[in-house]
Design a protein around this ligand. Sequence first.
Ligand SMILES: [Zn+2]
Length: 334
Amino acid sequence: MTGPEAPGPPAPLQRGAEGVRYDGMGEPPRCAMTVDVEDYFHVEAFARVVRREDWDRYPLRVEESTRRLLDLLDRHAVKATFFVLGWIARKAPRLVAEIRRRGHELGCHSFWHRLVYTLSPEELRSDLREATRTIEDAGQVKLRGHRAPSFSVTEKSLWALEVLAEEGYEYDSSVFPIRHDVYGIPAFPRFPVRLEVGGGARSIVEFPASTVRLLGANLPGPGGGYLRILPLRYSLWALRRIVETEERPAAVYVHPWELDPGQPRLRGPLASRLRHYTGLSRAEGRLERLLSAFPFAPMGEVLLTAHIEAHPPSGRSPAAGTEASAPSRPGTGS
Ligand SMILES: [Zn+2]
């Protein structure tokens, strides 16, 4: 995937040869189940104590924990989207092939798990190309979707959406519309939107991480640490509110290491350890509860039937602070 095949306006996302557009009305909204395939030593919480050049020295546990997750999804007959770290695809290509063989969608989670807003557009592009090539080789499929490490597409790095569109990605799921110390664009639309990039030459769909609106603020929906640390009834309430009350699609995210309570304990700041280790032993049970309570599907498939708005809506300027319709053009020669 090194760029668009033909110039001209971007085609709508299509399913195979049938060309089913994803703005079909009338179908009930569904939840996207997404998995960020990385291991316990890749996470941002420990990025200061684990150097990338040392990754090879940590015992790899992601194959076993991902298979556990695959078995869990099988038990519920749910297919998901697996955003794979390129480094994992290089290290464990058979795992990537197995995810695909078992009927799931493959996506990209970068190669080196670096925060997008710490990279230049050129650095992002080269990381993305290496990851895309490695994952596509291992999975023998063209990737359509991307999730940045730690939801690091923020106001500072909205330009990344243009790079992603140029590299052939059809959708991204890297914006978290909340306030947080590492990520977040609180004013960003809460549901899938189509954004024009490069002055309208291309477009890409952003499927933001799910939030619930309460007392004028966005609260995080279920996923990652929020699913493990907050009460289960909160996660169930949040999903019900999005899917049943608001009748919009939701997205849930998990990591294989969250189903691996036996992982080696890393030293690090107390806050990082709390964020990473709290609730590991209950994550699997909680995921089971969500899987049996809601209709889940891969993100690419949820988008095929979701109603997608343009952002900004025609004739209106973008929401204050997002400027999402026209990310500044990165200085990227081609
Ligand atoms: Zn990650």
